[in-house]
Design a protein. Structure first.
Lengths: 113, 111
């Protein structure tokens, strides 16, 4: 089906482990985004990508790595997970941010023990 | 630094009422503003996107206005229904990487 999907939907990991969250969109949107949502902080932009092989930092990039070798995929990697990275992670895609609508995935709930 | 505030944090009204949700921002140098809806445990759904050159946008029972000079946007919901119950967030865009979300208003429509 067309749309934007995230996997896994739920993940429990331990401090220090590497975790990769996947995001896939079928619309061929140029832009893709990763956000985290935390109580008390709302949604914050982690990284975004304007096209394949072009990525840039958002508001809270520390501890995260992204890549975009294909237009449709935008994985987010936590290189060494910390408890402060426990959060709900949302991927989104769209055209130019703020000019065209962003479409959000269903989210991944990550718990770091 | 841009700050986005949404007041009230929660609102409960009876079905059928018209209501207004507020979003204020501190830096008027934005190029647009977007309203989203988020249902519990779900992602965000875009409702309305207002370009900085626009004053308002309408979609069905929803009307969003933007006053850059005063740093305010409102989302007007007409004839509210129980299905409108959700959290409503506004997001202010200053650039592709400068996207600041408000903390949201949790709306409950009582049947």
């Amino acid at each position: 089906d067309a749309g934007i999907t995230q996997s896994p939907r739920y993940k429990i990991t331990e401090t220090g482990r590497q975790v990769t969250l996947m995001c896939h969109q079928t619309w061929s949107h140029s832009y893709m985004f990763w956000y985290r949502q935390d109580l008390g902080h709302g949604l914050r932009l982690i990284y975004y990508s304007a096209a394949a092989d072009i990525t840039d930092k958002g508001e809270v990039p520390d501890g995260y790595v992204v890549s975009r070798s294909k237009t449709e995929n935008f994985p987010l990697t936590l290189e060494s997970a910390t408890r402060s990275q426990t959060s709900v992670y949302f991927c989104a895609s769209g055209g130019l941010a703020g000019v065209e609508t962003q479409y959000f995935g269903p989210g991944t709930r990550l718990l770091v023990l | 630094k841009q700050e986005v505030t949404q007041i009230p944090a929660a609102l409960s009204v009876p079905e059928g009422e018209n209501l207004v949700l507020n979003c204020s921002f501190t830096d008027s140098a934005i190029y647009n503003l977007q309203w989203f809806r988020q249902d519990p445990g779900k992602g965000l759904t875009s409702l309305l996107l207002i370009q900085s050159s626009q004053r308002e946008q309408t979609s069905g029972r929803l009307n969003a206005s933007l006053d850059k000079s005063s740093g305010r946007s409102t989302l007007y919901i007409a004839a509210s229904q129980p299905g409108d119950s959700a959290t409503y967030l506004c997001a202010v865009y200053s650039s592709a990487s400068k996207i600041i979300f408000g903390s949201g208003t949790r709306l409950s429509i009582r049947p």
